[in-house]
Design a protein around this ligand. Structure first.
Ligand code: ADP
Ligand code: MG
Length: 240
């Protein structure tokens, strides 16, 4: 009789562990004598597999919230932790990646070198980092552009390179700050196709946008207004 092989099963409690959890987050900025309250008590939980859009007009606090979730900034008050990922200083590069709006590629480096950079910063040897970077460029239909400098790429191509760079470390949490903000609507939807198709199952995406058509591509939409979440809707199931 053959042995019954039991695959290791990840306990449900582990799958439920939040990647990032924030309670009553506020962030004040001092501008001269004035205090700008960019976030006014936002509580968030991002879990494996979540696809969340932060939808709001300019100045509603989207970037501020993303920066807190990725430990690029610290809250003025409230608590923030990464239960499934560890301490803030261990998150980048590797477990948490950012995609920014535009012009975030390092200008003197080729597309290939830009994509390899997070792996090299993470301690991987350069030849294998470059090989993995080339694989990612090919997956995103950018293989032929590996040697190009950022200034030689179109806006859509540059953003796809930025997506490859964000995904090359196989992060658990991807934070995208208006990644389609500089793209026309067709190119924007193509970037969303690419981003969603290469997401590793179990990774989570939080994407800030002011474009409802982009937000509609994700599962949950958090409406930000004046530094607070005014409403949460589920793209396919109506308001929750
Ligand atoms: P969004 O990304 O939705 O456009 P932000 O998070 O960038 O909004 O900004 C929210 C508010 O905080 C705005 O009023 C903005 O002017 C202010 N703000 C953001 N960053 C800073 C900063 N570094 N210094 C001063 N004010 C800031
Ligand atoms: Mg912003």
């Amino acid at each position: 009789m053959r042995d019954v092989i039991e695959w290791p099963v990840t306990p449900a409690s582990h799958l439920d562990t939040a990647l990032v959890s924030g309670q009553a987050l506020t962030r004040d900025f001092q501008v001269g004598t004035q205090t700008v309250q960019a976030l006014q008590g936002v509580s968030v939980q991002v879990r494996p597999g979540d696809r969340i859009a932060l939808l709001g007009t300019s100045g509603s606090g989207k970037s501020t919230l993303l920066h807190l979730l990725g430990a690029l900034d610290t809250p003025t008050s409230g608590t923030l932790s990464w239960p499934a990922l560890g301490a803030a200083e261990t998150l980048r590069p590797g477990k948490v990646s950012f995609v920014f709006q535009a012009q975030s590629l390092l200008p003197p480096l080729s597309a290939l070198e830009n994509v390899a950079m997070p792996l090299i910063l993470d301690g991987q040897d350069t030849p294998s980092a470059l090989r993995e970077a080339q694989d990612w460029l090919e997956r995103l239909d950018l293989g032929a552009l590996a040697a190009q400098l950022p200034e030689e790429l179109s806006g859509g191509q540059a953003q796809r390179v930025a997506v490859a760079r964000a995904l090359v470390t196989r992060p658990r949490l991807i934070l995208a700050d208006e990644p389609t903000g500089q793209l026309d609507s067709v190119t924007a939807q193509h970037l969303m196709d690419v981003l969603l198709s290469v997401m590793v199952p179990g990774a989570a995406l939080v994407l800030a946008t002011h474009d409802p058509a982009v937000a509609a591509r994700l599962d949950d939409v958090w409406h930000l207004q004046g530094g607070a979440v005014s409403q949460i809707t589920r793209s396919d199931r109506g308001t929750v």
